[in-house]
Unconditional design. Sequence first.
Length: 384
Amino acid sequence: MRNSQKKIMILGAGQMQVPVIKKCSDLNIFTIAVDFDEYAPGFKYSDKGLILSTHDKEEILKQAKKNKIDGILTTSDYPVNSVAFVSNQLGLSGLSQDVATLSTNKFLLREKLKECKLNCPKYIIACDNSELTQVDFFPAIIKPIDSSASRGVKKVNTPEELYEQFAISREFSVSQKVIVEEFIHGREYSVEAISQGGKHYIISITGKTIVGEEDGFFVELAHQIPANLSEEEIELVHTETLAALNAIGLDDSASHAEIILSGKKAYIVEVGARLGGDFIGSDLVPLSCGVDMLEDIVKVSIGEEISTTKDRMCYSGIHFITPENYKSAAAFIQEKQDIIVKYEINNYQNKKIENSLDRLGYIIVVTESRKELNDAFRSINDDN
C-alpha cells in the first residue's frame, strides 16, 4: 500500500525556490527538488534531490513516474514548459503546454494579445539585424524573447543604438531572437493572481519603482503592496489582466502580469505563469493581505481547493540595495528592526545596476500605513 503522504516535484532548487520547498514541508508534503546545480540551496530543505537540468523534459518525466508524484510546480520562468509537459503526460493539475509556451515567449504572447484585441504597442521580431529595418518607432525596447531578470532588456532611442544593442540582447535568448517594441510612457505595476478550475482570483496589485532608465535599463528597485491607485485605475488594471488571462487560456496556475498604465489605457507587458518573483508572491502578498500564495500554488499542483480569503490589511514592501543606497540601507537595518521582516545585504561592489542580478541585497518591511512604508523607503535611500 502506498504511503498517504503527498509527493511534489519542484523544478529549481535555487534561493527563490527555498520558500516553496519549506512550505511543502510545513504541509507535510514530500518534496523532490530538481536542479542542475548540485550545490543549489534548496536541496538542503528538500526530502530528495535530483541533479539534472530542469529543461530535460523526458528525464524529468521518467523520474516523476518513478517517484509516483502527485504534483509538479516551479516558481521561476525557465522550467514552466517542463512542468506543463510532465503534468499533461501524467494527468496532473497544471498548465497546458500551449499556455506554457505563450507565457515563456514574449513574441508569441504579444501575437495572442493582439489577436484578442488587447492594447498592444507596435512590435517586430528579429533573428538578425537585417530585420531591424522594420522598426520605425522610437524610443523602443529591445528584449530577448525568452529571457528573464531584465537581462538583455534595454531602451534605445535611435536606429544606431538599436543596431548596437541587437547582438547583446540576442545573446541572452535561448532561441537567438529578440522582440523590439514601441516604448510606452506610463506607470508600471504587476498583478498577482491565481487560477483554478476556470476561475481567476486577483489577489493584489504591486507598485514598482524602476531605476536605470536614463541608461536604457529597467531594474526593479522597490515593490509595495497594495499599489497606490484610484478605484478607477484598479478596475482598469483588473479588467485588462483578466482579459489577458482569458486570452491565453491560463488555468490551474499562479500568474504574475506586468502592466503599464498610460493615460486611460492599460498595456500588458508580460504574463508569467508563476508567482511574482522578488519575494512578491512568497512574502509581500501574505504580509499585506494574508493570502498564502505559496500554499495555494502547492494545493493547485495536487488538485486541492485553494483559499483566497484576505484576513488582514497592512502595507508591505521590499527595497533592494544598490551601490547608491548601500550606506543608508545598512544604517536602516540597524535602526528599524521593528518593521523589518527579513533582509540580506551582500558585500559592497561599485558597479552599474543593469539587471536584477546586479543588486546587492534587499530589505522587506511591513507597516500599518502607506506613509510609514514611504518613509521607510526614503530612509533606505538617504544616500541618494
